[in-house]
Design a binder for this molecule. Structure first.
Ligand code: AMP
Ligand code: MG
Length: 398
């Protein structure tokens, strides 16, 4: 156990003020310690990427399997060259368009990068974050910073300093609190092989559509493809359990209205069998439909406080009292509107953690269209479900 200290900064501060405020965490990084910090995707747990002993502390703090490679974060493009053996032609254009930002490039690694960082692979994932606090911290440290998401391995990624504290307090040296991460899902991991097409190993903050505009031959898998035989050996981290709340999560896939019907049927079955507390991870639209069609379920959930936050107007006092459903039987976590998938991405992991806090025993989750950031959302939900997918029938309409 180590003592975890805290530093608070505002991302809106001027660069000089940030560099000054981040002197201590930068010194901790240079001295071989571990520092959690905000990025525009999720919070990262950083250590000096060139120091294998420091990097080992990341793996032990998180309980991360040693075959899951880390992404190396840089603040300036000059820091890329020493880390890689070669720079394929596309790198320049991709870096120009997407850096700083949520795109990780997997490139042939140089000998400077310790094997522990790349989990023994001969490639290294590199990214230049756009978050002002992440960027200033890396610059102040003066070294490239290896950083996976700052959660205990397997848990949903942290989007606030408080999530990091919950998972890693006493296991890391420092937490830099810089407010909530904006995007809410991790970076897109893009492999640029010496031979063959660029391949998205993990969908994330940069959509396939945007990548295609720059590299039309990019290969990508659907939301279920993360464990595909082709990709798994090249991105070993993808085979591990990920992003999971403590309660088992069932993901409903298919026609939207059929999803809701199937979810309600499953909810009723769970509640009637007294399987403990039920969690629902749903959109604003689904919550509104549920409020109309099943006010008893909705009213029971409002009592948890989760649905009440921005919940449908009047739900708390207007809804019909539950007949069979006790007030703390259901927790509804709303992830925002299906019309604004960016909002869903930013709230997804936060809501999973809130459902855990509410003490639910099972979670029923809705699925989303796989376009734009939706592909990353679906990839995380499929992994959180770990095989518990319910495929509902598409409805035939005349
Ligand atoms: P995390 O930072 O916790 O989101 O995990 C980093 C992700 O990037 C994992 O899924 C890794 O498998 C992937 N990754 C990092 N470096 C490489 C690499 N050299 N080759 C393939 N995938 C990588
Ligand atoms: Mg992670």
């Amino acid at each position: 156990m180590s003592h975890t200290s805290y530093v608070s900064v505002e991302p809106t501060w001027r660069r000089e003020a940030l560099l000054e405020a981040l002197r201590d965490p930068a010194a901790v990084l240079r001295a071989g310690g571990t520092v959690a910090f905000p990025t525009e995707t999720v919070y990262g747990l950083g250590a000096n990427a060139l120091d294998p002993v420091a990097v080992a502390r990341i793996f032990s703090a998180k309980g991360r399997p040693s075959d899951n490679p880390l992404i190396v974060h840089i603040a300036h493009i000059d820091q890329l060259v020493p880390l890689v053996r070669e720079l394929p032609g596309d790198v320049h254009e991709l870096a120009r368009v997407f850096w700083p930002g949520p795109l990780t490039l997997v490139l042939p690694k140089s000998d400077l990068v310790p094997d522990i960082v790349s989990a023994g692979l001969d490639t290294v994932g590199v990214r230049m974050p756009s978050h002002p606090v992440a960027s200033a911290l890396i610059e102040a440290a003066g070294v490239p910073v290896a950083a996976p998401s700052a959660n205990a391995s397997g848990r949903p990624s942290p989007t606030t300093a408080d999530h990091v504290r919950h998972d890693l307090e006493g296991r890391i040296d420092m937490i830099v609190d810089g407010g909530a991460s904006g995007i809410g899902v991790e970076s897109t991991v893009l492999e640029l092989p010496q031979h063959g097409a660029p391949t998205v190993l993990r969908p994330g903050g940069v959509s396939i559509e945007r990548l295609k505009a720059v590299i039309p031959d990019v290969r990508a898998l659907d939301a279920f493809g993360g464990t595909d035989d082709v990709v798994a050996p090249r991105s070993p981290g993808l085979k591990h359990r990920h992003y999971s709340p403590s309660a088992p999560l069932w993901l409903f896939i298919g026609d939207h209205s059929a999803q809701l019907e199937a979810m309600i049927a499953r909810a009723d079955a769970i509640l009637s069998e007294a399987h403990g507390k039920l969690g629902m991870l749903i959109s604003d639209e689904t919550a509104a439909t549920l409020e109309n069609s099943r006010p008893d379920l909705f009213a029971a959930a409002v009592a948890t406080g989760i649905a009440a936050d921005g919940g449908a107007d009047g739900a708390a006092d207007g809804a019909v009292a539950a007949a069979d459903v006790t007030a703390d039987a259901v927790a509804i976590a709303r992830v925002g509107s299906r019309e604004r998938l960016e909002e869903v991405a930013s709230l997804l992991f936060l809501r999973m953690r809130e459902l855990d806090q509410a003490g639910v025993n099972v979670i029923l989750a809705e699925s989303y269209p796989s376009s734009g950031i939706g592909l990353a959302i679906m990839n995380r939900l499929v992994r959180a479900a770990g095989g518990r997918c319910v495929f509902v029938q598409h409805q035939c309409r005349k």
